[in-house]
Design a binder for this molecule. Structure first.
Ligand code: PGA
Length: 245
């Protein structure tokens, strides 16, 4: 199981203190089969990288530019810069960026450049509430997958994060049956169109210590992408505990 903390635009050097608890927890359960990955804002990547060195916790970034190494792109960060600073993962296609104008084509370019750099991708997909009401969720998910992963036939480096937009930060999570159905659908699309036969699909959207156990009972779920609840070490640890320990 993957547990990925997406800190979004939150956190400063002080918030790194909370990591000590998580490091202790991770060391204590070294033999258990789960992965903890932190995706803090760019400004904290280096400090995080130092703090989690020699632990099992891994580092990821929240976005990147599609240009692989460098160029005249004010305010942007390239995949190779992320790699050099110690990131192993990068989140791409988050709905908070899609809603700011990020296109499937840009997402596809970012994914390809990041893979070339040796990063693993946390590729976010998900329908909006309007799309859900129109009953076009499957069409939207298929489109996002096929466009985002266009000509990326090796999925070994890719984790899909299914995040219904209406669940993010709202406290509302899909019904177990709906989530089960959508995750199975995503796995089918991946299996039918790409070489890797066991793609990993995570769920994201209002995961917290109270709902984690129930969400994890869905057999197809390979982990969680966690926003708000990941900022407090106790909540993050509790989610892991409720799920697998
Ligand atoms: P949330 O965010 O857990 O705060 O809903 C999840 C995400 O946006 O990745």
């Amino acid at each position: 199981m993957y547990f990925i903390a997406n800190w979004k635009m939150y956190g400063d050097l002080k918030s790194l203190n909370s990591l000590s608890k998580v490091i202790k927890f991770s060391n204590k359960h070294k033999k258990k089969r789960f992965k903890l990955i932190y995706c803090p804002p760019y400004t904290l990547l280096e400090s995080f990288s130092k703090k989690i060195a020699k632990t099992k916790i891994e580092l990821g970034a929240q976005n990147c530019h599609f240009e692989i190494s460098s160029g005249p792109f004010t305010g942007s960060i390239s995949p190779s810069m992320l790699k050099k600073i110690g990131s192993k993962y990068v989140i791409i296609g988050h709905s908070e960026n899609r809603s700011n104008g990020e296109t499937d084509n840009q997402i596809n370019k970012k994914i390809k450049s990041s893979i070339k750099c040796g990063l693993k991708i946390i590729f976010c997909i998900g329908e909006t509430i309007t799309q859900k009401k129109k009953k076009i969720t499957n069409k939207i998910l298929r489109n996002q997958i096929l466009k985002g992963l266009y000509k990326t036939n090796n999925l070994n480096k890719i984790l899909i994060a299914y995040e219904p937009v209406w669940s993010i930060g709202t406290g509302v999570v899909p019904k177990t049956s709906e989530l089960d159905k959508n995750i199975s659908f995503i796995k089918n699309v991946l299996n039918n169109n790409f070489k890797n036969k066991s793609p990993k699909v995570l769920y994201g959207g209002s995961v917290n210590p109270k709902n984690a156990k129930n969400l994890a009972s869905i057999k197809n779920i390979d982990g969680f992408l966690i926003g708000g609840a990941s900022q407090k070490a106790k909540n993050f640890i509790d989610i892991v505990k409720k799920t697998i320990i």
